[in-house]
Ligand binder design. Structure first.
Ligand code: ADP
Length: 676
């Protein structure tokens, strides 16, 4: 076995690999880009080496720098994780040439499976069933059009070199085929530098079922059963589970044999996944991923195996730890991918700082959270926006679903938009409970899964609970502040320093005003009561409320009913977290100092790392407050930067197509009295 390995990756998968290496007594070397200095994976490893700037091609894809770090740190092998260099045959080759073991398949197997079209030709010869389609060399439009007609509409066009759903086009009829081919070719060429496409019959209600395979260097190849990854958005996985609901033993054997045949056909070694698309009783080969998959933990949970350990043993030349006769499935596992993205804005990736992060506690064998981030970390546009994977296990599927629902309710994130609401809605949906799975699940149930703007309420008193929690938090924080001030004055007996709400005249009460989204503001009055609780009144409501805390966290008692919740305050913004759901209110404080954007500013900066797409002003221009100045693009999103005040433009610091970092000054204003 190796003494020391380098993990050429970041985030949760780097942490995952390091954990197994540590358990096996193998020293680990992490690598990190400038954006990841101090990241969790660098702290878990025994050593962490810097490999360059934030953009992946200058760090996590920089082959020479990574090989150099491996050589200088004395690592004997490199684990590539998934993504980045994991399916790069050139990198696997370069490792071999540098006398380092690449923990993955041989370069030739990566190459053979690297092209969807070539791998299909290979699979056809190996007798693996394929989706009816065309994956030939000829690429001119008349040929492709005739092939589409032969296959029969609807068809799906895919980039041969594709991945991540890029270059895919569904075509309903012959009228649209030419435009779709041209569009797919353009996208394929831009994303992969290769414009070849293939055409498949588009299955209208398919399931994505994949088989985990493992092979050693001694010629043994086994199937570690299937995963169902049918719950997808934009053709990418969101929830995965094992075993696949409704899979009968005969079909499992057939699919396992087909996957093993696929692996054998390319001389496979290590962990790999053969992806099938299934409809009715039929299943067809889609592609093989020549690496460990994101969703490997569900297989681990139902087989009791550690797949990273298997990878390390196989790479070290050991035989597979178990043969097919000693592999069995136990119970049911489900993984949910928690992404920084906005399901209500077409799953647009989100960036931001995780000001608050609380994850369900790990329960060995039952609840597992794989993550690479901690509270306070930033989700940047440089890398994949996955925050974590939550994996649960139950004796059977209903038990696993129940555990998933419960664990998702414990997940708390403030500071970045996430898909947690969508995951909860799916986990609690009756069609998910009854396993009516297919790749159209999210789109079909969108109306129930993505309620427009609705916070999603589990009980009728939600508004009162949220308002009361927010109001009592403000009152509590003010009392704490007053107490500090009272100490500063030095006179413990002064009635002015007392922190109750005693007033010289009239009833002691305080008015508080809150805004929630675009709804009209609500003003409530808080009257302190002798027992430390408050009477809260706002139009149409009067409640008695107390906010306390114990070792389990805050507790709100509202008219005698107590509820656990969590409160995160950022300045005037209060987030009340109830059953994992965020309810954010803004406290309109008449005494608060004006917020920066209204105070007037003499410059406009980029809110996120981005590319300048439009410059709408020139030095000397006089602009009104809120006038658009510059448009930038980040993560496929356009952001218009507006004038914070009326004034004269002094300088425009960047031109169209410039890449700018977060905080970069884009436009400055003339300060009064300053010469232009
Ligand atoms: P990529 O490698 O770009 O992720 P895949 O070939 O793995 O693309 O396909 C991704 C997803 O697209 C599948 O999981 C499935 O949901 C859908 N898909 C692929 N092929 C078909 C098809 N022939 N018919 C219907 N849906 C398909």
């Amino acid at each position: 076995m190796f003494r020391k390995i380098l993990v050429a990756n970041r985030g949760e998968i780097a942490c995952r690999v390091i954990a197994t290496a540590r358990r096996l007594g193998i020293a680990t070397v992490a690598v990190y880009s400038e954006a990841d200095a101090g990241a969790r994976h660098t702290r878990l490893a025994d050593e962490a080496w810097p490999i360059g700037p934030a953009p992946a091609r200058k760090s996590y894809l920089a082959v020479d720098t990574i090989l150099d770090a491996a050589r200088r740190s004395g690592a004997e092998a490199i684990h590539p994780g998934y993504g980045f260099l994991s399916e790069n045959a050139g990198f696997a080759q370069a490792c071999a040439e540098a006398d380092l073991v690449f923990i993955g398949p041989p370069p030739d197997a990566i190459r053979a499976m690297g092209s969807k079209a070539e791998s299909k030709a290979l699979m056809e010869r190996a007798g693996v069933p394929l989706v009816p389609g065309y994956h030939g060399e000829a690429q001119d439009i008349p040929v492709l059009r005739d092939e589409a007609a032969r296959i029969g509409y609807p068809v799906l066009i895919k980039a041969s070199a594709g991945g991540g759903g890029k270059g895919m086009r569904i075509v309903a009829s012959a009228d649209d085929i030419e435009a779709a081919i041209e569009g797919a070719k353009r996208e394929a060429s831009a994303s992969f530098g290769d414009d070849r496409v293939l055409i498949e019959k588009y299955l209208t209600r398919p399931r994505h079922i994949e088989i985990q395979v493992f092979a050693d260097t001694q010629g043994r190849t086994v199937s570690l059963f299937e995963r169902d990854c049918s719950i997808q958005r934009r053709h990418q996985k969101v929830l995965e589970e094992a075993p696949a609901p409704g899979m009968d033993p005969l079909r499992r054997t057939q699919m396992g044999e087909a996957a093993v045949a696929a692996a054998r056909a390319v001389g496979y070694v290590g962990a790999g996944t053969v992806e099938f698309i299934a409809e009715g009783d039929a299943f067809y080969f889609m592609e093989m991923n020549t690496r460990l998959q994101v969703e490997h933990p569900v297989t681990e949970m139902v087989t009791g195996l550690d797949l990273v350990e298997w990878q390390l043993r196989v790479a070290a030349g050991e035989p597979l730890p178990r043969d097919a006769d000693h592999l069995a499935l136990r119970g049911h596992a489900i993984e949910a991918r928690i992404y920084a993205e906005d399901p209500e804005r077409d799953f647009l990736p989100a960036v931001g700082t995780l000001v608050h992060l609380r994850q369900p506690p790990d329960v060995p064998g039952r609840v597992r959270v794989d993550t690479g981030i901690v509270q306070g970390d930033r989700i940047t546009p440089n890398y994949d926006p996955m925050i974590a994977k939550l994996i649960v296990w139950g004796e059977d599927r209903p038990a696993a679903v129940r555990r998933l629902v419960a664990a998702l309710a414990e997940y708390e994130v403030v500071g970045v938009t996430t898909n947690l609401g969508l995951l909860r809605a799916i986990a609690g949906h009756h069609a998910f409970a009854t396993a009516e799975l297919d790749t159209g699940f999210i789109a079909r149930h969108a109306a129930e899964l993505l309620p427009p703007g609705s916070p999603g309420s589990d009980f009728d008193d939600l508004e009162a609970v949220v308002l009361a929690a927010a109001a009592l938090t403000v009152v509590r924080d003010q009392a704490a502040e007053n107490a500090t001030q009272a100490q500063v004055t030095g006179d413990p007996w002064s009635p002015w320093a007392a922190i109750d709400a005693w007033r010289m005249n009239g009833e002691a009460s305080q008015a508080l005003c809150f805004r929630r989204g675009d709804a009209p503001p609500i003003t409530l009055r808080a009257y302190p009561l002798v027992d430390g609780s408050y009477r809260l009144e706002w139009p149409g409501r009067s409640v008695r409320a107390a906010l306390t805390a114990d070792e389990a966290g805050p507790l709100l008692v509202l008219d005698g009913v107590s509820r656990r919740l969590r409160l995160v305050r950022r300045d005037v913004e209060l987030t009340v977290i109830l059953a994992g759901r965020n309810h954010t209110l803004v406290h309109d404080d008449p005494l608060a100092p004006p917020r920066t954007e209204t105070a007037g500013s003499d410059r406009v900066t980029a809110p996120v790392p981005s590319r300048v797409t439009h410059v709408l002003v020139r030095p000397g221009d006089v602009v009104e407050k809120h006038a658009p100045l510059v448009i930038v693009e980040a993560m496929k999103m356009e952001i218009t930067l507006r004038a914070p005040q009326q004034g004269t433009i002094a300088q425009v610091r960047h031109a169209v197509d410039d890449m700018v970092e977060e905080g970069t000054e884009l436009v400055t204003f003339l300060i009064e009295g300053q010469a232009p």
